[in-house]
Write a new protein. Sequence first.
Length: 223
Amino acid sequence: MNQASPRIVVLISGSGSNLQSIIDCQNQGLLGGQIVAVISNRPNVQGLDRARAANIPDHTLDHKEFSDRESFDASLQALIDAQKPDLVVLAGFMRILTPAFTEHYLGRMLNIHPSLLPKHQGLHTHQRAIDAGDAQHGATVHFVTAELDGGPGAVQAAVDILADDTAETLAQRVQKQEHIIYPIAVQWFCQNRLKLQQNDDGKHCALLDNEPLSSSGRLTEAP
């Protein structure tokens, strides 16, 4: 890793609110790294405007222009690698990635998922948490592996599910926590505190300050 200023590439698909939280952390001098590029698989999304407003180079690679997932991922990988990143951050990047792609960035790619993993992998997590009668819901930052939403966790934030919650109201409270914990995880990585380790059994776990984390990561309670 470039210890002077680790290089970060952020992948987005939409509004880029998590991107903005990381930009804000960088602007405060707290991130420990530099966002060198923002890449979107959809044109004309708000996240690209956020990048331009922060004077961060932006790129669009429209997945609809590719015949299959493999060819898109190959082009995306080439575009990312041209930026020489130390870390790739998925911030609302709504694409299922091929195993070859995830293997290429193993240990240096993070994602945020709106649930307390391993609960509710996949889509529609807020309604699923309500329907399941869960007492709490939240978000998890985790390392990306070939298993969808299955990589080792770095940090989680939990919120209580209220009796009158809808998927929309719950999503709003969870998103506020996402904006807190994602910059923290990126900061840990840039400070060389957060790492991915392969154990003797072949499974991976996340380390923070050289101490193994639980498979879900460190849990923080919402204020």
